[in-house]
Ligand binder design. Structure first.
Ligand code: MN
Length: 618
């Protein structure tokens, strides 16, 4: 009885991440609201400190892939999760996107999030440049949310505990209700966690929340040591959704803490019930189980790649049919990171570094192709990198362009009204306007589908009998659903490549992942006029096959967002002729040779395949 009071004081708070980070790390964020809702009431009964349900990649994936309104997900979850505070991850000035947004977008996003039921905002900046989280913190305080301010934990010769303690003090001064150690890559070793938490507890009085990943299988030990050092809140995921690139297992942590002064006092049977549910629910998402890369990977400590990033890289490489080059890309990541001034690797810096590493490997030459995001990063538009960047690399990419010293947010004009105009009558609410400001293109596509009667009724595969009897062209659908063993798969024909030896490559998107299938056609429709039939297959015209050195081609399948040359232009080798969006990034396509642009076979909006000649330079 004597230590009852002590027990209450040291009892550790639990945040469960199953509804957000766990499936973001393990299943590319693909879990649908319909699979979260049935178990939400049980989760609400657990007595969690908070439940993480939103933010990070949720927004993007909901709109882009799941064709779900993320705001609606929040409202529906809030209706069931009545007792447990809802938590989200907010990327500071990047909100839930990959670039900096204007202050008006940040503020309205926070206001609407609180209004729709969000309680705790874990706010971070990828570069630990706290100028980038000022606006979000102020907004959360203003609208009555709780501020959980985070610093990103990472390794590298420039980092040490004194630096993190200094960050924590700054966050406390900025108004944090709790401070989060955000160990997004699972790099925090158990003894280091003990020392770090001990140092933090000495320096600040704000409660400390530990977020870690099990990528290198240290998370249980790390979490226990952090608890012993006095950490106040820990992150776990239900065991069937834990481990690997996800969080430490909930049940395991409960067993370990049982009977100690830190015991959170949560009913294991109830946790077991929720866990059984997810054991089944996870099976539905088998296609997103990222080829084994979500398992234990001690190399994460060497590469310092966060869980979500490993699964993203795997998905990107799978889309490029280059999953076998994963090791090379992982080895390239630390090199790019060093060139970029040792940023912690977390969205968006992880995407910026990761995509650049992928491009460096796939193109066979460092920084031959760079994304617009890399340019902006090197210009200082994401904030100040923790250490100086490699000047040679900066010169190669930016030339003599000056670097920005101001808070990047100060350079961005208000964006909300522009988004309102763009969304027009597609926006049904203020929330829609915010979605449009965050992801303009994706939101407009989403809203269009929604207007047509959402969820979209996919065209059915025509039965054999529907082949036109008049002998006219047989137009196959380019997008449809296929049912296999009761599971539905969304199939989209991205395009067809050039036939050789009787076989033709088809680029199919199965659940938005590109699969190249070499087909020996049994029957092919021969268009009466060249190009006339192709709009039914991916909406493009037929282009010549790239064969000559001056046939500029895309390094990967994507969508043309800008054509930067016209016929007759003189170009130098290395000049940018096109910008292509692929892998969520803008990629510049350069001409490998100098000469005159003699033909252009693309226009903005076209989808392109890697074997096509897009621009001809002679
Ligand atoms: Mn995480």
């Amino acid at each position: 009885m004597a230590n009852t009071k002590k027990k209450t004081d040291t009892k550790v708070g639990i945040m469960d991440t199953t509804f957000r980070d766990a499936h973001q790390s393990l299943l590319a964020t693909r879990m649908r609201t319909e699979d979260l809702l049935p178990i939400a009431e049980t989760m609400d009964d657990l007595g969690l400190w908070s439940i993480e349900v939103w933010g990070g990649a949720t927004f993007d994936t909901c709109l882009r892939f799941l064709r779900e309104d993320p705001w609606e997900r929040l409202r529906q979850l809030k209706k069931v999760l009545k007792k447990t505070p809802l938590q989200m991850l907010l990327r500071g000035q990047n909100v839930v996107g990959y670039r900096h947004y204007a202050d008006d977008v940040v503020e309205r996003f926070v206001a609407k999030s609180v209004e729709n039921g969000m309680n705790v905002f874990r706010i971070f900046d990828a570069l630990n440049d706290f100028r980038n989280i000022k606006t979000s913190i102020k907004a959360v305080i203003k609208y009555g949310g709780k501020v959980e301010a985070a610093f990103c934990y990472t390794l590298g010769h420039i980092y040490n505990n004194a630096m993190f303690v200094d960050m924590a003090k700054k966050l406390e001064d900025m108004g944090a209700d709790t401070i989060c150690i955000k160990d997004m890559a699972g790099l925090l070793a158990p003894n280091d966690a003990f020392e770090l938490v001990t140092a933090l507890k000495k320096a600040v009085s704000t409660p400390i929340h530990l977020h870690t990943h099990d990528t290198s299988a240290m998370s249980v030990a790390t979490t226990l040591k952090a608890v012993e050092a006095g950490v106040n809140i820990i992150d776990v995921a239900l065991s069937s959704m834990s481990g690997g690139t996800s969080q430490p297992p909930f049940e395991t942590m409960l067993h370990i803490l049982r009977g100690t002064p830190y015991d959170p006092g949560i009913d294991l049977t109830l946790v077991g019930k929720a866990n059984d549910y997810f054991k089944e629910a996870r099976k539905k998402y088998l296609t997103f189980e990222c080829g084994g890369f979500s398992g234990i990977d001690p190399k994460a400590i060497i590469y310092q790649v966060p869980g979500g990033m490993i699964s993203n890289l795997a998905t990107q490489l799978k889309e490029q049919n280059a999953l076998d080059r994963m090791e090379e890309v992982m080895a390239e990541v630390p090199k790019v990171r060093e060139d970029f001034g040792f940023p912690p690797l977390v969205t968006p810096s992880s995407q910026i570094v990761g995509t650049q590493a992928t491009l460096n490997v796939l193109t066979g030459e460092r920084y031959k192709v760079v994304t617009s995001e890399v340019k902006n990063y090197l210009k200082g538009l994401y904030g100040k990198p923790p250490a100086p960047v490699n000047e040679d690399v900066r010169k190669k990419i930016l030339g003599d362009e000056p670097v920005v010293e101001e808070r990047p947010g100060d350079l961005i004009e208000p964006e909300l009204e522009k988004a309102r105009e763009m969304a027009g009558d597609k926006a049904r609410s203020e929330e829609d306007v915010i979605s449009c400001a965050l992801f303009p293109k994706i939101f407009m596509e989403f809203a269009e589908l929604r207007d047509k009667g959402f969820p979209p009724e996919a065209p059915k595969i025509p039965a054999a009998a529907s082949v036109p009897s008049d002998g006219g062209p047989h137009l196959a659908p380019s997008e449809f659903m296929v049912n296999v063993h009761g599971e539905s798969y969304h199939i989209k024909v991205g395009g067809k490549g050039h036939k050789s030896e009787g076989k033709r490559p088809y680029f199919l998107y199965v659940e938005n992942q590109l699969v190249e299938v070499l087909v020996e056609p049994l029957m092919e429709v021969v268009p009466s006029e060249e190009g006339k039939i192709s709009p039914s297959v991916g909406g493009r015209s037929r282009r010549p096959k790239a064969a000559e050195p001056g046939d500029v081609k895309a390094p990967m399948p994507g969508t043309v967002i800008k054509v930067k040359v016209k016929v007759g232009d003189t170009v130098k080798a290395g000049d940018t002729v096109l910008i292509i969006e692929a892998m969520k990034m803008e990629n510049e396509v350069h001409t490998p040779v100098a000469g005159e642009v003699t033909e252009i076979h693309v226009k903005e909006g076209d989808s392109v395949n890697p074997d096509e000649a897009l621009v001809i330079v002679r």
